[in-house]
Design a protein around this ligand. Structure first.
Ligand SMILES: [Zn+2]
Length: 176
């Protein structure tokens, strides 16, 4: 019997864990694909996520990226992921372009999307910035806490430090 779960066992561990949490037939398991984006100026990139909603015949949300803190908050929120699983996720994402998949049970795709895109405190929002060198307007949907910063690489090669702005929309509508 293995004492340490290797990377090869991770997927089945996650699946077992997911099925334990299945409360009823109304719930479905969604795959959330996480990828570490390329480093910028030797600083680790953001983490992109994609919710696999193919089973319901509609796209699983628009492309978006999270800061590490924003991902941690989501994974910890319902206590749905074990410490071992979170450690395995962190390890997989510790390398540039590292990818992993987490599984979560939700009643419907919409509820899963609302959680991942509308998470209180690090809601996914379009963040625009003008490149300091060439003036190009760059934008991307990012989930991060107000005041957190990340680096953005412009096509011209200029790196800008972007700080998550402090404008929280009052609307409770899910970000779609
Ligand atoms: Zn530029």
């Amino acid at each position: 019997m293995p004492t340490v779960a290797g990377l090869g066992e991770k997927a089945s561990d996650v699946m077992d864990h997911a099925s334990e949490r299945l409360p009823g037939a109304a719930s479905r398991t969604f795959a959330i694909l996480l990828s570490r984006l390329p480093a910028v100026d030797n600083r680790p990139g953001l983490i992109s996520f994609l919710i696999d909603g193919a089973g319901e015949g509609k796209p699983g949300g628009r492309p978006a990226a999270l800061t590490d803190a924003a991902l941690r908050g989501r994974l910890a929120h319902f206590d749905a992921h074990s410490a071992n699983e979170i450690a395995a996720i962190r390890k997989a994402l510790s390398v540039e372009n590292g990818t992993t998949t987490v599984y979560e049970n939700w009643g419907a795709l919409d509820i899963c999307l609302r959680f991942w895109y509308g998470f209180v405190g690090s809601r996914i929002r379009p963040i625009e910035s003008a490149c300091e060198a060439c003036g190009q307007l760059n934008r991307g949907s990012v989930g991060g806490s107000v005041g957190e910063s990340f680096l953005r690489l412009c096509r011209c090669g200029q790196v800008s430090l972007i700080t998550v702005p402090n404008h929280m929309p009052a609307s409770a509508a899910p970000a779609r």
